[in-house]
Write a new protein. Structure first.
Length: 195
């Protein structure tokens, strides 16, 4: 799949909606964090519009994507971010974060890979922090399309996400399947991580 995003980075960037309907979820995510939070955008793509928005809100932003072509676009369009080429399955990051967001990226991992990554994300989130993910409406695997090429998506059952996030210390977990206000994305917001 990495090759798809390398080949289709320009197409993805041109067709990526910029209206920020994601604010319905980004605003409460940010409201749960301290001022000028340190945020990780996991699977950041071209950095537009989410990364640019987070930077404009005063975030100290690190963006990670495994496509070098996407990171090149992010560096061009939002140069104040800390953009890094990394695979989220093998993160090599310094320090921790007030919040982690993965919009349209985490669900490219298999179910087993998601189960392996969630505890790592839990350790990367500081006490009081938050995690915002798009996932599927239920457990399973499907295929999507980017620039005419197939890409893999997977999701755990919503109750499994809840169990995992509670075990990581998140106090408040909201899940909305196929939210029509964000183009049918299924969104998971976990806040209030315990210390």
């Amino acid at each position: 799949m990495q090759g798809v995003y390398e080949r289709q980075a320009g197409v993805w960037h041109r067709h990526r909606m910029r209206d920020l309907n994601e604010r319905k979820w980004l605003d409460p995510f940010l409201a749960s964090l301290p001022l000028r939070p340190r945020v990780l955008d996991l699977g950041c793509g071209s950095g537009v519009p989410l990364g640019a928005f987070l930077l404009a809100q005063g975030c100290d932003l690190t963006g990670v994507d495994y496509s070098g072509a996407m990171i090149a676009l992010a560096r061009e369009h939002a140069p104040s971010g800390n953009w890094q080429v990394q695979d989220m399955r093998a993160l090599d990051l310094v320090g921790d974060f007030d919040g982690i967001v993965s919009w349209d990226a985490f669900f490219h991992l298999s179910q087993d890979e998601q189960l392996q990554l969630l505890p790592i994300l839990g350790r990367l989130v500081r006490p009081g922090g938050a995690l915002l993910l798009t996932v599927g409406p239920g457990g399973g695997e499907v295929t999507g399309m980017v620039g005419g090429e197939a890409v893999y998506h997977a999701s755990l059952d919503p109750e499994e996400y809840r169990r995992q996030l509670e075990s990581l210390g998140f106090k408040d977990i909201a899940f909305t399947p196929e939210d029509p206000e964000v183009m049918g994305r299924s969104v998971l917001l976990a806040t209030g991580k315990g210390g």
